[in-house]
Design a binder for this molecule. Sequence first.
Ligand SMILES: Nc1ncnc2c1ncn2[C@@H]1O[C@H](COP(=O)(O)OP(=O)(O)OP(=O)(O)O)[C@@H](O)[C@H]1O
Length: 216
Amino acid sequence: MLSFDLRFARADFLLDAVADVGGGVTGVYGPSGSGKSTLLALLAGLLAPSNGRVRLGERVLVDTDARRFVPAWDRHVGLVFQDGQLFPHLTVRQNLLFGHARIPAAMRRFDLSGVAELLEITSLLDRRPTLLSGGERQRVALGRALLYSPQLLLLDEPLSSLDDRLKQQILPFLKRIKDETRLPMLYVTHAHSELDYLADRVLGMERGRLQPAVTE
Ligand SMILES: Nc1ncnc2c1ncn2[C@@H]1O[C@H](COP(=O)(O)OP(=O)(O)OP(=O)(O)O)[C@@H](O)[C@H]1O
């Protein structure tokens, strides 16, 4: 279970977001600039809130009153952006294993060859990210997040750079992860079809505020 109550201010933007999110996929839907990516960055620890709290399972990740801020690397949160940000100096294999190698073997839910096969990146394992297409980079980013065996998976339009065939191939995999792990997953997308297929519930983001949403 993920719970948060967060405020964050930029010059002309204020985020004020409160939610309790259980296992499975929670879609986050809303207009461009409404704060969806900012919310994910706050949960991942890439941004610090002006004030608020984040709890993931039994662990308090952020509590500004108690001056607690668990850094991104210690949150066990997997993150996939629109433009799969890979480490450019590492090969695909090294990118995939980056988090995987840093968690205890008993916590690992997936193995490299299975994930690479499923995402069709086995032939790319020795390449550097600069030599990959956008869609290939995205699949590696997704694989890296999964191999980290996160306790929370944050997905920011993870399929938007892929063609339809790959979307159709990866969506069932995401569904299987959801069904088998019951991990909390926050899934930002503009695609109704992805929400219809994957999401257990949908939150709407409107000018920095979250509310239950109807996507029609
Ligand atoms: N690095 C930044 N510096 C300053 N302002 C930013 C930065 N990133 C985002 N913003 C602003 O913060 C607000 C929220 O942006 P955010 O990227 O969270 O929206 P979003 O809902 O994810 O949009 P999109 O659907 O276009 O990705 C917007 O007003 C945006 O212009």
